[in-house]
Structures are given as C-alpha cells and as structure tokens.
Design a binder for this molecule. Structure first.
Ligand SMILES: Cc1cc2nc3c(=O)[nH]c(=O)nc-3n(C[C@H](O)[C@H](O)[C@H](O)COP(=O)(O)O)c2cc1C
Length: 501
C-alpha cells in the first residue's frame, strides 16, 4: 500500500510540473518495482570494471537516483547527486525527481558508460550509503520488473575512484565528489541464490540470501527508530544482519578474492574483523574469513567472543546519541578514520545493516558520524585493539510501538527451512515472522494429539528457529511415525511434517 502511495505520489508530482521551457531539466519517472529481494541483490552484486556499453533505459537511472536519495545520511549538510550522460552533466533535484542541466556536453569518465552518478558530500561514509543503495537498485533490473515493460537486463556498475577524481576536477561540483558509480550494460547476469556464507564452527546460522520483500519495498520504508521494546534479537536475525553488512557472496573479485555484499577499493576489505556485536551476554567480533588465514580468498561466517558480559551500558554511556533501549548494537570500525576508502566501506555496511533490519521488519538507527570523543569512549567501552577505530554504531531491535499490522493480508508466519526427517538426533525448524508477536510452536501426532510444546513466547519479526529432539512432554523418545510441527502467530498457522525413523 505504502508502495502504491509512493508511486502514485511521484507520478502526480511529475504530472503537475510546468512544461519544460528549454531542455534545462528532465523529469524522471517514478521507480518501478522488481521481483527480487534486498538479500538476493546483496548476494548477487559485483563490480564490472570495463567491457560494458551505454544502452540502458532511462528507467534504470530513475530507480538508481530514487534509491540513492532515500539512503540514510551520515552528515547534516547537503548530499548532492550528479549524473553524467553522453549529453550533459546534471544535478538531481530530489524533491521534484528531475535532472537539471549542470554542465552541458559529454563529461563522462568512461565513454562506454550509460551514466555515471557522483555523490558530493563532506563525508565518505555518507557517500558510501548512497553508492551502495544505487548499485543494488541497478542490479535489480537483472530481475523482471513487476507490471511494466521495462527491460534493463545486464545492468552492471562499479564504484570508481578514478571516475570520482575526474568528476571532482571536471564536473564543477559545489562540494567534493567522494565517489562515482559507473553504470552500463554487459552480458546478462542472473541473480545468484547460492549461499557462500557457511559457518566453519556453527557460531552463526546460515543466512538467507533470498528475503521476503522486494528491494524497492525496503527502500520505500527505510526510516529509522530510536526507541525499542525489550524483546531481544534472535541469533538468526543477528546472523542475517552481519551477513548483510559484510558477509561473503559467491563471486570472486578481479584479484581472485572472495567477494562480499559490499565493494571495496582494490578488494582491500578494510572492515575485516572490525565489526562488533554488543549484546546482553558479550561483545563479539564478526569473522567472514577462515580462522588463522589472513587471506581474503577464504570464506566463513562466524563470530568470536572478544569480551564476556554486558557492555551495553558502557557503550550507551559513550555517546548520548546512541539510543538507550536497543537490545543489540553493531559497531563498525575502520583502521583509520582518515582513510576515505575505509570510511566509505563503513557507509556501505551501515546502509546494509539498516536495509536488512527493515527487510526483517526490525527497527534500527545509525549513529554516524562519530566525533573523536565518542570514538575514544566507544573504543574504551569495548576494549578495542589499536587499529579498530569506531566509524558508526547501528542500534537494532523491535520498535517500541510496533505499527498496527498494516499488511494483515500477509501471513504472519512462514516456515522457511526444515528437514523432512529427524537427523543427528534433532530437527531444526526455521521460520520467518512478518510481524512481531506471540509465537506458539507445538508438535502433534497425526491424530491431532499434542505431544510436545516447544515454545510459547513473544518474539520480534524476522528469522527465528526452534529445535526438537523427537521427545514428548516427559522427555521420552516418541515412537516411529510422522508428526506435525505447528507454528502459530498473529492468526496464521504454518505446519511442517516430520518423520521419526
Ligand atoms: C572506494 C572504492 C574505489 C574503487 N575504485 C575503483 C577504480 O578506480 N577502478 C575500478 O576498476 N574499480 C574500483 N573499485 C571497485 C573495486 O575494485 C571492487 O569493489 C573490488 O575489486 C571488489 O570487487 P567487487 O566489487 O566485485 O566485490 C573501487 C571500489 C571502492 C569501494
């Protein structure tokens, strides 16, 4: 519904514009929606450095700019988007969704690009958030658009420092162009649903690389919340958020490193081992590479405890901008805040955290930029080693007041992963809650008799799991046969049949 209002709203605005006098500006259409999720795009993204052509439909540019202008901010000043095409350099007027000619003529960095989008802002992490939103918005065209004839297959892009240096010198921007993402068309690249992020030590659950909502639906609802309920985050949700921020994906980089959900200058991966989760029980570091291997050619998906105990009070005390009630905080660090490429990566990860939280129906809030005093206080609170300098904090949980179920026609609960039979002595059923609420999970025999209550509690939206060892209420092993696991929430019932052999 929100989506519809948004599209209609944009079209009405476009329709009521005065007719263009000269070709001084060009109105862009509202965004189209694609049948792919935020997670699938994050899993499928990679940079194409050359070998593309300039034949992309205008709609691709419209979606890219729409998404970039909705990306969160890490700066209180202006963030301007410039676009270079074969015709002109334009400034994007976000309020009217139109391109205003800024500099006539062809000023592209790469003469075979369809368009190049430059982000002019004071802070590289602020640019990073917009760049990441834009590159996913472009990649979405590799999936079919819903209800439109727009064909954009083969959309590729690459953030290019060289292009940014060129644009900064040539496009006459009002403030520094921190980064340029170059877009073009290349051979068709189907979206990837293979999950490369498997934990070598089972410390994190397998993330989901296909999610419940379209990317554009997530972008349309990318607000931030600073007040959270007391319900904690499930391990599945933490795993999902970490993967989105900096998890491995199936592609290899140009220098044969294992790619991630975000780009990195020269595939340097400045944030490796520098993302922390601060929760009720401990502080942990995220690891996307194998233990004992410095090589970025390896892949993993795990966390390592760095400090036992609850450090949330100390973290909250480090800055009065950090929301006080979140159950979990993610702290994204860089080796050095003076390193622009590392700060930009922090922006990529920050965008990914917020977008993933929204895709899971969770509330989140980014605290960036951090000043020197805040960085030092956070480093002290978490006992961070040298070279781990906090760049941003992401607070996450369930919104204090979960909006009254707006989309009641959507099932509240769906089972997303479960085995058909009990293996290795236990069964794990993973389910997705589309909205927070009371959840009851119970096992029945095929005559409908309850044999075991597995769970009855309040849970946040997002991913959760329940484990059953095949025993009844008294802990006795059930006899061979078929049983039904029933997950009930918000008036929806999801069932899964399982055999005990
Ligand atoms: C800040 C930044 C600057 C980059 N500059 C260039 C560049 O000038 N030329 C280029 O071909 N790629 C550039 N890239 C793309 C990286 O080479 C690419 O992200 C990296 O190899 C990882 O591969 P992937 O994006 O396919 O995962 C840049 C990426 C970032 C984040």
């Amino acid at each position: 519904m929100l989506w519809l209002m948004l599209v209609v709203g944009l079209s009405i605005r476009a329709a009521s514009l005065p007719p263009p006098t000269a070709a001084a500006y060009e109105s862009l259409p509202g965004p189209v929606r694609h049948a792919c999720s935020f997670e699938q795009l994050a899993n499928s993204r990679y940079s194409v450095h050359s070998g593309f052509d300039d034949s992309l439909p205008r709609q691709v540019l419209a979606n890219v700019l729409w998404a970039m202008s909705r990306a969160p901010r890490a700066d209180s000043g202006d963030r301007d988007l410039y676009v270079a095409t074969a015709d002109n350099v334009y400034r994007f007027d976000q309020s009217q969704s139109r391109l205003i000619v800024h500099l006539p003529g062809d000023h592209r960095y790469n003469s075979s690009s369809a368009f190049e989008v430059g982000v002019a802002t004071e802070r590289p992490e602020d640019a990073g958030m917009a760049i990441q939103a834009g590159l996913l918005a472009g990649a979405a065209f590799n999936e079919k658009a819903c209800g439109t004839g727009v064909e954009g297959r083969g959309v590729v892009s690459c953030p290019m420092q060289w292009a940014a240096d060129h644009a900064d010198a040539d496009w006459k921007p009002e403030q520094t162009i921190q980064m340029v993402n170059v877009y073009g068309r290349a051979g068709c690249t189907p979206l990837d649903t293979l999950c490369a992020a498997r934990s070598s030590d089972s410390s994190l659950m397998l993330p989901h690389v296909v999610g419940p909502d379209t990317f554009e639906a997530v972008m349309a609802d990318l607000g931030q919340d600073t007040r959270f309920s007391s319900v904690g985050l499930s391990d599945e949700n933490v795993s999902q958020l970490l993967w989105a921020a900096y998890g491995v994906t199936p592609h290899l980089t140009f220098n044969r490193r294992q790619g991630l959900t975000v780009p990195s200058a020269m595939a340097s991966y400045f944030l490796t081992d520098r993302i922390y989760v601060v929760g009720q029980y401990d502080v942990s570091g995220y690891r996307n590479r194998l233990a004992g291997e410095a090589s970025a050619a390896t892949r993993d998906h795990r966390i390592e405890r760095t400090i036992p105990g609850d450090r949330r009070p100390q973290l909250r005390a480090a800055s009065d901008r950090i929301p006080g009630s979140a159950p979990v905080y993610f702290v994204v660090c860089v080796p050095d805040t003076a390193q622009a490429a590392a700060m930009m990566e922090a922006g990529f990860a920050g965008f990914q955290l917020l977008a993933q939280a929204r895709a899971l129906g969770l509330a989140g809030s980014l605290v960036a930029p951090l000043d020197r005093a805040e960085r030092e206080a956070i480093a002290m609170a978490l006992e961070l080693p040298d070279g781990h300098v906090p760049a941003l904090v992401f607070a996450c949980g369930e919104a204090e007041r979960v909006a009254a179920a707006a989309d009641l026609d959507n099932a509240a609960v769906t089972i997303v992963r479960a085995q058909p039979a009990i293996r290795r002595g236990e069964l794990r059923v993973e389910y997705l809650l589309n909205r927070a609420g009371a959840v009851r999970v119970e096992v029945f025999d095929m005559l409908g008799r309850p044999v075991r209550l597995l769970l009855n509690e309040q849970q946040t939206s997002g991913y959760h799991a329940v484990v059953w060892d095949g025993t009844d209420h008294d802990g006795a092993r059930l006899k061979r046969g078929t049983y039904l696991i029933v997950v009930i929430s918000g008036g929806t019932v999801a069932r899964h049949k399982v055999d005990i052999g």
